[in-house]
Ligand binder design. Sequence first.
Ligand code: CA2
Length: 146
Amino acid sequence: MPHLVDILNGPNLNLLGQREPEIYGRDSLADIEAACRALAGELGLDIRFRQSNSEGTLVDWIQEARTSAAGIVINPAAYSHTSVALLDALSACECPVIEVHLSNIHRRESFRHHSYVSARADGVIVGCGAQGYDLALRRLARLIDG
Ligand code: CA2
């Protein structure tokens, strides 16, 4: 059976493609999901692709991943910079975790330079746009295969 990977997206990422294309690119979240599904097929992975604006819902989904997923790709969006709750939930997971940011958070405002989630992530991909999800899935496939 293919390994299940959770791809979790935080607040406002549902607006991708509608505003600020110079920062986040032109792809919608649905475009990114379609690209992830195509690549997951090639890599022999099953994906569960989700987005929520609610911190608690993201915590619930991470807890679900803890018992059912072989790996997690997460773009925690603004919660990266504020959420000890997401860090704690991810810290309770044994599976590999890759953090993705579309933009290069280190080239932006100083409040975006720190991510709580990075303290748990096995890898962090920033500034590669939608391709960051592709890179994250490839890395996760490698880590899952051991
Ligand atoms: O670069 C990233 O992927 C971010 O995680 C995106 C977050 C931001 O708070 C992080 O610092 C970096 C913001 C996602 C909001 O996306 C929008 C897309 C279009 C229009 C408005 C917001």
